[in-house]
Design a protein around this ligand. Structure first.
Ligand code: MGD
Ligand code: MGD
Ligand code: SF4
Ligand code: MO
Length: 733
């Protein structure tokens, strides 16, 4: 039986099919303009958490409202995310084209094909997808997974799915028989989890949103919130307006962090933007440990450390101080390229701050020494007693809207001992004991021919993985791939190989049949109502996973997955198993959103065994100097591998294939502005357009995911995160 086309595509009112041009596949042009005001307003005001970033917005206080009841707290990103979901279904005629034709589309064109409205199947050896019905799809998936040795499978999830879907995803993987279950955080903030564990004994932010309203200093390290966490900019601007300081540490002079025109603020718009950074420090890529140690060294030299806090609430201080005393200024300045007086200026201002918040992003974690970067931040905060009190603390700027929740409820290869024990007790089941694989380890195993099946819930594993050729080899080698997704992306048409592929269409957050929950980077759990019906042939992720479990596990299996079709049953289980999540049990009745217990630290009680904050000695990493060092990052008009706009309005309108270089480096290399060049690394080559940017000499930048052809697969030994932001490159022309 051929499945239905999906309601909105049958109406065909909002999609326009155009043909011709160099691309053989026809694509629909769906934009926010065509969403219609009514549809857009409905999507934005409904009580659902924002789908885009993890800053958090929406939920039971109403769409466009944050936990401080500030309205409207919306930004362009959430509108973009909605514009994607609100599209009609991809017309079936598209699937008459071979997959090779689809590979010619750009990420943006894939996105604009529309929503996936039907399950798709690619048979072994076939060159195209066929729409299939749900019965076939689910039966076939069950059959394939049953025929697979669970140890030769993995489960990957992105951070957009709900706590409810995530919980049964990992439970299904473990019940099936593997701990190879992980999420995109191994490409993202895993270094933060590791680095906070060794220092403050926790893995997430120590502050809540309200703390940002009373702080007088905010460090923004290795992050570009003007594009990636836009609402955070308001807090930076407010901090400046209160007379506080914003200290940016970033090799690139990001225009949106120098000045920002806040749309909601008429005075900011009139003045042509508010000044955001009070100090802008531009270390070489990868050299932050040296800079942060330099700042700490000056604080000590000035005697501005918090002696009483250090005595009562910390350990490891003597070794930390001895290491800094032995460190020479030549070594510090030589490593980071920042003059001693500039470092002193930062330290003097930090010493004057009463309350400081340290925020950081991928510029810290995407390195072979990502964990040390995070530890160096925690050290600097601890030195002045800036963790464990109100208005001060540590704030990793998390990525996907529920990536933190997905980790909290167990989509990870190693569960905390207490969580595993409680899960086993709750269900009366013994789960696998071996250590599961992180994301890169899964792909390395796949490349080695050791993976037969993969279950991939959301995301774009092919596109997000370093070394495009490697990613293709690894994904192609997996004989059966099962994807759950809202839209098609390049990872659904590349890396497929000769094996079988099933792609199942899922409901977006605001279309879920039952309410779901999400956790923001402030440890705040929101309830999303769901309930909007746009496409009539898509299913919730939890429904699909429960059905798979019914087919995969024996009828007398102790866990009742059928009951988990009801999300309140899943929440009961999470509340019983995951410490701090007790309030989840009645969130749908009480409609009371909450901060996860004991995460926000307003008193100096830490999660380490001795209850103290630990100083950790962080050696300055050796950085290569023979070549340029390239960081790959995001543009204004993209959300990870989803490209909404080709041009970056914050970086002078640069296109996707810009390579940003220091002007002196360009002169030295004999490269002119706008010149076509080849960027080469040990891993691959990319054609690019040379673009001068305010960067330190030796540092360069290019956009992800395009530049993933250049990034190698080596990972940080502690967090397993690839070095997406320190790729040795050279320029050919
Ligand atoms: N609009 C939009 N929002 C997003 C996303 C998106 O793609 N688009 N993605 C979401 C996700 S998953 C994440 S993880 C976050 C990412 O948000 P960010 O962490 O802001 O991500 P990036 O753009 O990758 O990199 C941020 C900055 O790191 C700097 N940087 C590079 N190398 C170094 C270094 O060695 N040291 C220092 N100090 N800085 C360095 C770059 O110059 C860049 O400004 O955003 C989330 N929000
Ligand atoms: N070179 C380089 N590589 C990087 C990075 C970098 O800075 N540089 N950043 C890394 C980081 S921080 C991250 S987080 C990863 C991101 O890696 P991923 O999370 O794997 O990738 P995304 O591009 O965010 O995935 C977007 C896709 O998710 C699917 N999707 C969206 N919403 C839903 C939903 O509600 N349910 C389901 N089932 N699917 C949905 C859609 O297919 C969409 O195209 O990339 C990493 N890779
Ligand atoms: S800052 Fe993040 S959570 Fe807030 S509206 Fe924008 S994308 Fe959504
Ligand atoms: Mo991320």
């Amino acid at each position: 039986m051929l499945p239905k086309q999906g309601r909105s595509s049958a109406v065909g009112d909002t999609s326009q099919i155009v043909g011709g041009g160099p691309k053989k596949v026809l694509y629909t042009l769906a934009t926010i303009g065509k969403m219609g005001v009514g549809k857009a307003a409905k999507a934005l005001t409904a009580k659902n958490a924002c789908k885009a970033c993890a800053y958090g917005m929406g939920g039971q206080r109403g769409g466009m409202t944050n936990e401080l009841d500030e309205f409207p707290s919306v930004c362009n990103k959430s509108v973009q995310a909605q514009s994607t979901d609100i599209q009609p279904a991809i017309p079936h005629a598209i699937f008459e084209h071979p997959i090779a034709d689809m590979q010619e589309l750009t990420g943006k064109e894939m996105e604009h094909l529309g929503r996936l409205g039907t399950p798709l199947f690619k048979a072994a050896g076939s060159d195209r997808f066929a729409p299939v019905d749900w019965d076939f799809a689910l039966n076939h998936a069950t059959k394939k997974l049953r025929a697979t040795d669970p140890q030769r499978s993995f489960f990957y999830s992105s951070g957009r799915s709900s706590n409810e879907a995530g919980f049964i995803f990992q439970l299904l993987a473990r019940a099936y028989g593997t701990n190879n279950v992980n999420n995109c955080s191994y490409y993202c903030h895993q270094a933060t989890s590791e680095g906070l564990a060794t220092t403050i004994g926790k893995g997430t932010a120590s502050v809540e949103l309200e703390d940002l309203t009373g702080t007088d200093m905010i460090f923004v390290i290795g992050a570009n919130p003007s594009s990636n966490h836009p609402r955070f900019i308001h807090m930076l601007k407010n901090c400046r307006e209160r007379g506080g300081e914003v200290i940016v540490i970033n090799p690139a002079k990001e225009p949106g962090l120098v000045k920002f025109a806040v749309p909601k603020s008429p005075s900011s718009m009139l003045k042509g933007g508010s000044e955001i950074a009070s100090l802008y420090v531009q270390p070489r890529i990868g050299s932050d440990v040296a800079l942060l140690k330099g700042i700490a060294k000056v604080v000590l030299e000035m005697g501005q450390q918090d002696v009483s806090f250090i005595d009562k609430h910390s350990s490891g201080f003597d070794a930390f101080r001895a290491d800094l005393e032995a460190l020479s200024w030549d070594e510090i300045v030589g490593a980071c390229g920042i003059a001693r007086d500039e470092i002193e200026e930062v330290a003097v201002r930090y010493a004057e701050a009463e309350n400081a918040v340290f925020a950081w992003g991928m510029g810290m974690t995407h390195h072979i020494h990502g964990v040390e970067n995070v530890e160096a931040i925690a050290n600097l905060a601890t030195l002045r007693g800036m963790v464990g009190k109100r208005f001060a603390g540590l704030l990793p700027l998390r990525g996907h809207s529920n990536v933190q929740g997905i980790g909290t409820i167990g989509v990870k290869p190693v569960l905390a001992k207490d969580v595993l024990a409680k899960m086993e007790a709750e269900f009366g089941v013994k789960f696998p004991e071996e250590k599961g694989y992180d994301t890169m380890a899964c792909l390395k195993a796949a490349e080695a021919g050791e993976v037969d099946s993969a279950v991939i819930m959301g995301g774009n594993l092919w596109g997000a993985t370093p070394d495009r050729a490697f990613a293709s080899r690894a994904m192609e080698a997996i004989g059966f791939k099962l994807f759950l997704t809202t839209t098609l992306n390049m990872g659904h048409v590349n890396g497929l190989g000769d094996g079988e592929v099933l792609i199942l269409p899922v409901t977006a957050r605001d279309e879920e049949w039952e309410p779901t929950t999400q956790e923001s980077m402030f440890n705040y759990v929101r309830l999303s109502d769901g309930g909007i019906c746009r496409l009539d042939y898509v299913k919730p992720e939890s429904w699909i996973l429960a059905t798979l479990a019914e087919g995969l596990l024996p009828p007398d299996y102790p866990i009742d997955f059928t009951a988990f079709r009801s999300h309140s049953k899943i929440r009961d289980a999470i509340a019983a198993i995951v410490p701090g999540m007790e309030e989840l049990a009645d969130i749908d009745v009480a409609k009371r959103e909450f901060h996860i217990k004991s995460r926000v630290m307003h008193t100096p009680e830490f999660g380490t065994p001795d209850g103290k904050a630990h100083f950790v000695v962080t050696p300055i990493p050796a950085l290569q100097r023979e070549r340029l060092t390239l960081a790959t990052m995001r543009s204004e008009g993209q959300f990870n591998t989803i490209i909404y706009e080709e041009k970056d309005s914050y970086r002078g309108g640069a296109g996707r294939f810009a390579v940003f270089l220091n002007a002196n480096d360009m002169t030295r290399l004999g490269v002119a502005e706008g010149q076509n060049v080849t960027v080469a690394s040990d891993t691959g080559r990319m054609s690019a357009i040379a673009t001068a940017f305010d960067l330190p000499e030796g540092s360069a930048m290019a956009y992800y995911p395009e530049a993933n052809v250049l990034v190698g697969t080596a990972v940080d030994p502690r967090s397993k995160t690839p070095a997406f932001k320190s790729v040795p490159i050279w320029i050919e022309h």
